[in-house]
Design a protein around this ligand. Sequence first.
Ligand SMILES: Cc1cc2nc3c(=O)[nH]c(=O)nc-3n(C[C@H](O)[C@H](O)[C@H](O)COP(=O)(O)O)c2cc1C
Length: 157
Amino acid sequence: MKTAVVYYSHSGNVKDAAEKIAAALSARLFTLEPKKPLKGTGFLSIFKGGGQATLGQKPALKSIPDLADFDRVILGTPVWAGKCAAPVNTLLASGALKGKELSVFTASGGGDDRKALSQIAAAAQVPLHTVSLIDARVPASSDNGTKIDAFIEKLKD
Ligand SMILES: Cc1cc2nc3c(=O)[nH]c(=O)nc-3n(C[C@H](O)[C@H](O)[C@H](O)COP(=O)(O)O)c2cc1C
């Protein structure tokens, strides 16, 4: 099965997980890069990005990955205002995930990614496997390694 890991990451948590998952599964790695990236990591960036996610905005990306050759996509997103990060909305709306077997990993500060997962299921399909990671700056992230390993094992089946 040809697998692509597609992710957006603002501050590196999803990127780290994406690289680990792609390496373990010998998958091709694609990153979503907005033409106008969110700047900084302070309150203003949370306000701006949170607003984009709440409004369901679809910021223009440098490119939409060509997933035609892949049967399976493992999608990674940070949680923004409870939802998918806005650049992921652009991918979901592009139709690039149509017909793909989908699994999802998220990273958040608090662990609640239910709205983000519902949003993905509404736009693409219900993910087969999911894992909810916690930002590495938060103590509850100590389980991330175990969670990613278990996620990878399921994807190897
Ligand atoms: C714009 C913005 C909004 C966020 N909103 C939430 C949120 O609603 N709930 C939450 O648990 N974490 C929230 N976070 C924290 C991120 O989900 C968390 O730091 C995640 O690990 C970031 O992933 P990244 O490092 O790959 O960008 C938010 C962060 C940003 C930048």
